[in-house]
Every structure is written in structure tokens, then in C-alpha cells.
Design a protein around this ligand. Structure first.
Ligand code: ARG
Length: 230
């Protein structure tokens, strides 16, 4: 027996941006970990492929598919704009944006966001929402945590970022920030899916079947409990 798995159909190179807990982050051992990382590894096992995780900027994931990476899993929301370039698997998680504000802030509803300095992660749906807010001055950071740091420095008035990471950051800065739910701001639900090379229906079918099997056999629920609801 050599090294590697017994019957591998090759290697799936998976792009992510490992600065988005609990979906992807760098674990204590220095390797990418998180819900998405565990999910794609479980998918890899189902379809008999070795999974190699490639950590990169979120904003370059979509354009790297079919080049540096085969697919991307990164808490990535299905959007029409992205669908011009890539296909998506079946959605695997429903999310929504949240607003991180300084503790005791008067920001409460959509109207209060007008004319504010808003921090976001570059190339994310949080940025696309902020760009539409009247009079907003948007600062886009490579990592969402850098936006949160600038909130703590007073350089931005609030941060718009996906709910689950917002809650993790909120816990890290529990003394200084509050996390407000997207429903207070009429934000639309978003659906995370794996971004795939356009037109590769064979790979899409394999991955979608694997997701369906993982949902059926309890693996999916186990990973939600382990990474998201712990
Ligand atoms: N859901 C948002 C989007 O698709 C943010 C995703 C950011 N993910 C990350 N791994 N940094 O735009």
C-alpha cells in the first residue's frame, strides 16, 4: 500500500478564504478548518477524490475557478452576477447579513445606516448591500476582522458581514460591540453554495449527490452541530 487514499479519482483543489469563522478559519495546527472545510472533505470522501485546500483572498476565488482552483467553498452566496462566471451546487446553508455596531449605538434600523462609514469585506454581498445605502462611505477590507478592528478604532461606524461570522467576532469583542440581526434592516436571506466551473455538469452532479447523501446519513447535521451550533 502506497501513500494517499486507496482508490482516488484524483485531487480536487478547493479554494477558500480561511478568515470567516465558523465556516473557515486557520485551526490551532495551522491548517484550514471549519464547517465548509469539513463539508468539502466529507464530499471528497463520497466522490473518491483527495481534497486540497487553497487559502486565498475571497475576492479572487470566482475568477480562479478553472485555473488555480477547481471549485470554491467559502460561505459564498449564490448571486446572479457570480452565476455569469461560475455554476453553483445546490445551496447547503441559509444565511443573512448582520450589522456590528459599537455597544450602545443608536443604529437600529435601515434608515440609520444612511450617510454612515460602513466597513465590509471586499467583494462580498455585505459590500454590495453597503454600496446601495444612501450616502454611505464604504471601506472594503481583505478580511472581515480588519473591518471589525477599524470599528473598534472608530474609523467606521458599523460593519456589515454575514450573521455567523458576525456572532463569532461579536463574542471576541463582547465588551465593545453589539451584533444586530439582519431582519432589523430588512436584509434578504442568502444561500451559500459551492462555486463550480461553468458547464461541468458531471462534477456538479457528483457534488450535489454527495451533499444529498451527507444530509441523509446525518453527517451534515453532525457538522452543523459541531461547527455552527456549538
Ligand atoms: N456570503 C458573503 C458572500 O458571498 C461573504 C462570504 C465571505 N467568505 C469568506 N470566506 N471570507 O459574498
Amino acid at each position: 500500500v502506497g501513500c494517499g487514499s486507496a482508490k482516488s479519482n484524483g485531487t480536487l483543489v478547493v479554494g477558500t478564504n480561511a478568515a470567516f469563522p465558523p465556516f473557515e478559519y486557520i485551526g490551532d495546527d495551522g491548517n484550514p478548518d471549519g464547517f465548509d472545510v469539513a463539508l468539502i472533505k466529507a464530499i471528497g470522501e463520497k466522490i473518491g477524490m483527495d481534497v486540497k485546500i487553497q487559502d486565498m483572498e475571497f475576492d479572487s476565488l470566482v475568477s480562479s475557478i478553472g485555473g488555480k482552483i477547481d471549485v470554491a467553498i467559502a460561505g459564498m452566496t449564490v448571486t446572479e452576477e457570480r452565476q455569469k462566471t461560475v455554476d453553483f451546487s445546490e445551496p447547503y446553508y441559509e444565511a443573512v447579513q448582520a450589522v456590528i455596531v459599537p455597544k450602545g449605538s443608536s443604529i437600529k434600523s435601515a434608515d440609520d445606516l444612511k450617510n454612515l462609514k460602513i466597513g465590509v469585506q471586499l467583494g462580498t454581498t455585505g459590500e454590495f448591500i453597503a454600496d446601495e445605502i444612501e450616502g454611505a462611505e464604504v471601506s472594503a477590507y481583505n478580511k472581515a476582522i480588519d473591518a471589525v478592528n477599524d470599528l473598534n478604532n472608530g474609523r467606521v461606524d458599523c460593519v456589515i458581514v454575514d450573521k455567523n461570522p458576525a456572532e463569532v467576532f461579536g463574542t471576541q469583542f463582547a465588551d465593545s460591540v453589539d451584533v444586530l440581526p439582519g431582519t432589523d434592516f430588512d436584509f434578504e436571506p442568502e444561500f451559500y453554495a459551492i462555486a463550480l466551473p461553468k458547464g461541468n455538469t458531471e462534477l456538479a452532479d457528483k457534488i450535489n449527490n454527495a451533499i444529498a447523501e451527507l444530509k441523509k446519513d446525518g453527517t451534515y447535521d453532525k457538522l452543523v452541530a459541531q461547527y455552527i451550533e456549538e
